[in-house]
Write a protein that binds this ligand. Sequence first.
Ligand SMILES: Nc1nc2c(ncn2[C@@H]2O[C@H](COP(=O)(O)OP(=O)(O)O)[C@@H](O)[C@H]2O)c(=O)[nH]1
Ligand SMILES: [Mg+2]
Length: 514
Amino acid sequence: MTRWRIVVLVSMVGLPVLFLLGVGSYHLWATGWLFYAWWPMAGSLALAYFLAWRWQRRKKLLPRAETPPLHWTDRDHAAWKLVEARAAAMEKVDPDRFAESQFFFDIAHEMALELARFYTPNADDPFGPLTLPEILAVVELAAHDMSELVGQYLPAGHILTINDWKRARQAADWYRRASNVYWATAAVLNPVQTALRYAATKFGLTAQFDRIQANVILWFVTTYVERTGNYLIELNSGRLKVGATRYLQLRERHTIPRTPPAEPTPAAPDESVRQVTLTLMGQVKAGKSSTINGLLGERQAVTDVLPATAEVKRYSVQPADIPSKLVLLDTVGYGHTGPREDQLRETENAAQQSDLILLVLHARNPARKADVEALDRLSEWFAGRPELKMPPVLLVQTHIDLLTPAMEWQPPYDWLEPKRLKEQSIHRALDAAREQFAGRAIGAVPVCAAEGRVYGFEEWLLPALAENLDRAHAVALVRTLRAEADANKVGRVIDQLRAAGKQAAKIFWQSAGK
Ligand SMILES: Nc1nc2c(ncn2[C@@H]2O[C@H](COP(=O)(O)OP(=O)(O)O)[C@@H](O)[C@H]2O)c(=O)[nH]1
Ligand SMILES: [Mg+2]
């Protein structure tokens, strides 16, 4: 359909409406009803004004960017500050520039340089180390997010053309001109009232709607900056080396669904299972193996023992109330009588490969120096690798049955609001542990892991795991994305060499056969 046909159609639909508008207004005026009709109309407009003003001020009309993803490291958060500053600066840019494609290209380029310099301050060419697939992944992922956001939140976003975009500002002027004609006509009919209403509308709605429009455009530009910045951070942290498709797959796998599935997912050796790895750390005889037994308890769905190293045993379990499979690494532990250095290294190695650490503490043994040292060594290791996230540490106090009064064992114990003596002892023991590990642990739970007295797993430990599962998955996502990229690097080159070799052999035999 050509433009003039559309104009004809719109006018033919519009004319009767305009006619009714005029006749209706005249009729209201002629019968004297205008006075009464004006109040509800003015009320409706006033309410619209108020809501527009309020939503604008609170920026509720369009969604603000969500909080940074959980899997980001400290370095990523620092980089995000740069992105946020740039997004905020968009408010000061001349809105006419938003209609130029060059403008969007320029911001993306500037931002890519800025972030690359932030991550590799000493590189001669900050883009030098990047691979083509990961650069393409940024474009693909950011474009995908933008298209979803526009489809979801921009009214009529799917039919908005660049010309509409450019004309959006002119349209505001046309509207103003058209409404001036209306007011002029009305003024002839009823000068005083019209003057009053004119003032009310002029300083109210028109200004608000102008601002709404400006905000929509600003929202688009800000979101563009934030989405692009988000994936540039993923790029510079090396998490896009696996490519966009695999990145999305792994991200999905480490996102806990809002509504848990009706049946727990069976822990098949299927690669697509959502799983996190937990390492049990602690002193020798603290109760690590017993805690694992408690977690593997008969009420859990599936358990199996998997071979790991001589020093580290590997188990897996799918607890009923947790939407992920837990892989449990049991370590030998440390202490003054101390294991050998190579055993210690195995423990540390396990902790470095895990997503959550259960630091198992004997409630009756107040010597915690070895545990603090072990955690600090681990923090140091992670501090030297800013591209990784240190797993959160949850304190598990075992042997609570031996706390005073040691003779008594009558669970359940309400240690959160302690009344009985035993409850008070547990409460105190946990307070002490939290203090000893202040800043190093995310929480503390009590258990009794002694055979026949098992208590606290369903009550405290599993709920604490469920509560911190998303944090563990955030660590897992970063870890697996990095690990897979490194593994792929070698694997792919070998594949490519093998293909090249086959090709060469084929050519050789063909020419030999001739
Ligand atoms: N009374 C009591 N004994 C426990 C508890 N947890 C573990 N034990 C015992 O402490 C000893 C050492 O436990 P173990 O799990 O092998 O410690 P690990 O060296 O850290 O793996 C074993 O004899 C366990 O039966 C507990 O909560 N209460
Ligand atoms: Mg053990």
